[in-house]
Design a protein around this ligand. Structure first.
Ligand code: MG
Length: 232
């Protein structure tokens, strides 16, 4: 029996690639207007390479995409001897666009139905802001890797969420798109698991299978229809 649900966000409730691309363009537009030398020296591909370099140089920040982004922007400003006063506005350009997501068509209705029956918590390695996105009302809380200090698949982030939900792991269902970070991480922490497989991918042969698999979130709601046990 499931008593609470933790949900991944990126690529579970909305596709993330187009969002990040728009956010990168927003940064580019900021620099084009206020620091043209940075825009010229760091077009989007160069900025991506810089961010990858920064991430590789700071493995201890693997749980903190916001800090990685800030360090990348700072490095770009430094490379052009541009003032650090542009750092926060450039980050805000990114962050604001990063939170303008386009939900999968089934997400909002499914959240509404699930939230009516289960306490929901967001569990994300990314830096989405549910308040800005306008989905906070469906969630008890959002626990991010940045706040927790370590990313999925570490067991401690799943257990911390169960703790805050006040449910034992075996009664908590984690739903996510990533077989390793979401499903295997949650399984290893003792949670029940649901793989959201929107693109008809093959399950990795090396991993134990998820408890459930769905291709959209509304199907999860149907799967979790009350059984007789709920009325016992
Ligand atoms: Mg995801």
């Amino acid at each position: 029996m499931i008593r609470a649900i933790t949900l991944d966000l990126d690529d579970t409730l909305w596709p993330i690639a187009p969002v990040i691309e728009r956010a990168e363009h927003a940064v580019q537009a900021y620099f084009a207007e206020y620091c043209p030398e940075v825009a010229k020296r760091f077009p989007i591909t160069a900025m991506r390479a810089l961010r990858e370099r920064i991430a590789a140089q700071h493995p201890h920040l693997s749980h903190d995409f916001s800090e990685q982004r800030r360090l990348s922007l700072r490095a770009a400003l430094d490379a052009c001897a541009a003032p650090h006063a542009h750092l926060e506005p450039a980050f805000e350009a990114f962050f604001s666009a990063r939170n303008q997501v386009e939900l999968y068509p089934d997400s909002e209705a499914a959240l509404r139905l699930l939230a009516a029956r289960f306490p929901l918590a967001a569990l994300t390695n990314g830096n989405a802001d549910l308040g800005r996105i306008g989905l906070a009302e469906w969630f008890c809380f959002s626990l991010g890797a940045r706040e927790h200090g370590a990313p999925k698949p570490v067991a401690s982030i799943f257990l911390a969420a169960c703790d805050r939900l006040n449910t034992a792991p075996e009664y908590t269902l984690h739903v996510g798109d990533d077989p390793w970070l979401d499903v295997e991480g949650a399984r290893a922490a003792g949670l029940r698991t649901c793989w959201i497989n929107r693109h008809n991918s093959a399950w990795p042969a090396t991993l134990p299978p998820p408890d459930w698999q769905v291709d959209s979130l509304d199907k999860l709601h149907a799967l979790l229809q009350p059984s007789q046990a709920d009325y016992a």
